[in-house]
Design a protein around this ligand. Structure first.
Ligand code: PLP
Length: 402
């Protein structure tokens, strides 16, 4: 392999985020390629039987099998870890593979989890339908209420699990308080940081132990592949996550890892640009008299906390059709530029009606508890000119009678 400074974590840790996004983790082959190589291989060959024995014994560095390691996947992991300021990272086949692995690798029967109420539907499903079956109990709390976290702790609580901002209510969790509380009680915090990414929010700076991602979203940023990532201390990754992942196999395909890695190169440009576009669109909707949930607007009850722990609020926010579900659907149907889609993090603007799509499974009671009203719409603001998005929303609101 040809030498690059990108493969030395001691060097990449000193770089600023834009440089890390483009160069951290890079391994070059003997050909000296400038774009990272895509190693589509499941296996590896060895110069001798002794060499492979040494690698299996953990006495020699090197690849053995792509369920364990792959050079392209290694590059992505090292790039994400550098950007997060984490000691280590492993990537997975999807965001849900990341969340499931992060939880299952460290929980046992009899353990207890405290989770934020507003959460991605499948994250709630794991708690109710997977962990539950193996005797791992949980308490769901209003993540915005610091006292509720404290009150929910039991002697067997092992994990705090939450997202901030949360999908789709844009509720925030006070990272410094909740991570500090966990630390004081020996509880591990797992933060789902998909809505922000390390460019907009670094939970570890506030004491988070584990930061987990759907890399399908802003990290890829162009809606192309599924992937997930989990960052943590080297000890936690080596002792908990790595053995679990190597043996259960939710690994990220090298091709998908390569696509996400190329996506990361523009993340420090895209995330602030989409955040600025989203704020402009949110301001337009609020000025038209609509109720908007956007953490950067003064109307958001936690806007001070947002400014404390985030660099910008990200591309996603929610707003309400005043007359409820039918009007919300009419707004979607009148769109001419923005697509009706339940994905987020894409460079294209996308809108969906959470009550009938992403949060349909929760049922009416679950939605009422989580604050997901029938008139709520969630928008992912992309990289189009925000004035074109505002024109499209304006004509859609007119036609839907708002
Ligand atoms: C999309 C998403 C997930 C799940 O990720 P996949 O890549 O779709 O498996 C988990 N958490 C949040 C906050 C998400 O937005």
């Amino acid at each position: 392999m040809k030498k690059t400074t990108g493969s030395d974590p001691a060097v990449t840790a000193r770089w600023r985020p834009a440089t890390q996004a483009v160069r951290a983790g890079t391994l070059r082959s003997q050909h000296g390629e400038t774009s990272e190589a895509l190693y589509l291989t499941s296996g590896y060959s060895y110069d001798s039987a002794e060499e492979v024995a040494a690698r299996f014994a953990g006495e020699a560095e090197g690849m053995q099998y792509s369920r364990f390691r792959n050079p392209t996947v290694d590059m992505l992991q090292n790039r994400i870890a550098a950007m997060e300021g984490a000691e280590a990272c492993l990537v997975q086949a999807s965001g849900m593979a990341a969340m499931t692995s992060a939880l299952l690798c460290m929980l046992s029967a009899g353990d207890h989890v405290v989770a934020g109420r507003a959460a991605f539907g499948s994250c709630r499903w794991i708690l109710d339908n997977v962990l539950n079956r193996f005797g791992i109990t949980h308490t769901v709390v209003d993540g915005t209420d610091n006292a509720a976290w404290e009150a929910a702790v039991q002697p067997n609580t092992k994990v705090f699990f939450f997202e901030t901002p949360a999908n789709p209510t844009m509720d925030l969790v006070d990272l410094e308080f909740v991570c500090g509380l966990a630390k004081s009680k020996g509880i591990t915090t797992i933060v789902d940081n998909a809505f922000a990414t390390s460019v907009l929010q670094k939970p570890m700076q506030f004491g988070a132990d584990v930061v987990a991602y759907s890399a399908t979203k802003l990290m890829d940023g162009q809606g192309r592949v599924m992937a997930g990532a989990v960052c943590g201390s080297k000890q936690w990754i080596d002792e908990k996550l790595s053995p679990f992942q190597r043996n259960t196999g939710p690994v990220c395909a090298p091709f998908n890892a390569w696509v996400v890695m190329k996506g990361l190169e523009t993340l420090p440009l895209r995330a602030p640009a989409q955040s600025a576009n989203a704020l402009q669109v949110a301001q337009f909707l609020e000025d038209r008299g609509l109720r908007v949930l956007h953490p950067w607007l003064e109307s958001h009850p936690q806007h001070r906390l947002a400014h404390k722990q985030m660099v910008a609020a990200g591309p996603i926010f929610a707003f309400f059709a005043p007359k409820g579900r039918e009007q919300a659907m009419a707004i979607c149907n009148a769109l001419e530029l923005i697509d009706i889609s339940n994905n987020i993090g894409d460079s294209k603007s996308l809108m969906c009606h959470p009550a009938t799509t992403t949060h349909h499974n929760m049922g009416p009671e679950g939605r009422a508890e989580a604050g997901i009203e029938d008139g709520m719409l969630r928008i992912n603001v992309g990289l189009e000119d925000p004035l074109d998005l505002i024109e499209d929303l304006g004509q859609a609101l007119d036609r839907a009678g708002v």
